[in-house]
Ligand binder design. Structure first.
Ligand code: NAD
Length: 280
């Protein structure tokens, strides 16, 4: 008997990166998985990989910036699999999205603020809006929201991302309080720097940059999508049945170290490498 036998999971942004690894992990532990993503080609490739490994998966074209796509996503999961047990709210293009919403309170355009908040925060209210009635009628469920170390650590240029990711932590706590009596647990994960497929390409071209960031982590490595998928699977499992409203940092210790020293090193690197991303 596998951990998630008989359960159905929807994973936004489940084609690549953290979402991709999460889809494979939950499917390998018995869940039927629906990948909801804007990238149809990568979603289909991940479905194929899951099926080859003996799992059950399908894809749905969803843009989480669109209210109607999110409503349809939940309907499709119910139509295809008859129930909904797990919703992982993860979608966001780290590379493309981050440059689009980069800036300060003075420089960010209102339309870019609206886009960032729609994708990173509003979508995480809309998913549960449609998912929770089905979870309730099925006897409970698990919602996992992707926060970030940027929920807690701030840096110039990251207004929209950091405002949204801090909001994710608050929303997670609020929904956990509200829906705990229905058997629905709501938790978040705050990853450190996770080298997804897209970021791996970027670091191949800048190995010194990766070495600098690796050095910022007490465990002296950056993360993998599987590091996060393992945390998500744990939080959705019965082993975590007394955990709700929690934001689990999976960050190799990045956020527990002395921030004055860490912040100074970050600032020096940012000064010398103005186009570089910072960890997490
Ligand atoms: P990624 O870019 O590797 O993958 C994101 C996936 O989301 C892709 O499959 C993409 O097609 C999909 N996507 C993007 N915009 C979408 C939209 N509007 N609708 C539907 N699908 C969409 O990203 P990742 O690094 O795996 O990050 C996933 C989540 O983890 C994000 O919420 C991100 O903020 C968070 N996070 C990532 C890191 C990191 O270092 N990678 C650190 C902290 C938090």
């Amino acid at each position: 008997m596998s951990r998630f036998d008989g359960q159905v999971a929807v994973i936004t942004g489940g084609a690549l990166g953290i979402g991709g690894a999460t889809a494979r992990k939950l499917a390998s532990q018995g869940a039927k998985v629906m990948i909801a993503d804007i990238d149809d080609t990568s979603a289909a490739a991940n479905v194929e990989q899951i099926e080859k490994a003996g799992g059950i998966a399908s894809a749905s074209h969803v843009d989480v910036a669109q209210h109607e796509d999110i409503a349809r996503m939940i309907d499709e999961a119910i139509d295809r699999y008859g129930r909904l047990d797990i919703l992982v709210q993860n979608a966001f293009g780290v590379l493309a999205g981050e440059s689009k919403i980069h800036g300060s309170a003075v420089s960010v355009e209102e339309k870019d603020w609206d886009y960032g908040i729609d994708v990173l925060l509003k979508a995480l209210y809309l998913g549960p809006k449609y998912a929770i009635p089905h979870m309730r009628s099925g006897g409970g469920g698990n919602i996992i929201n992707l926060a970030s170390v940027h929920s807690f650590l701030q840096e110039p240029g990251m207004l929209v991302y950091e405002a949204a990711k801090a909001g994710v932590v608050g929303m997670t706590r609020q929904m956990a309080t509200e829906f705990g009596p229905d058997g629905i647990r709501v938790n978040a994960i705050a990853p450190g720097h996770i080298v997804s497929e897209g970021l791996a390409k970027m670091w191949e071209e800048n190995p010194d940059g990766l070495a600098f960031f690796t050095d910022q982590y007490p465990v002296r490595r950056t993360g993998t999508p599987d590091d996060i998928a393992n945390g998500i699977a744990f939080l959705c499992s019965d082993e975590a049945s007394f955990i709700t409203g929690h934001t689990l940092a999976i960050d190799g210790g990045l956020t527990v170290q002395l921030q004055e020293k860490f912040g100074l090193r970050q600032a020096l690197y940012a000064r010398d490498n103005p186009d570089a991303r910072l960890p997490g």
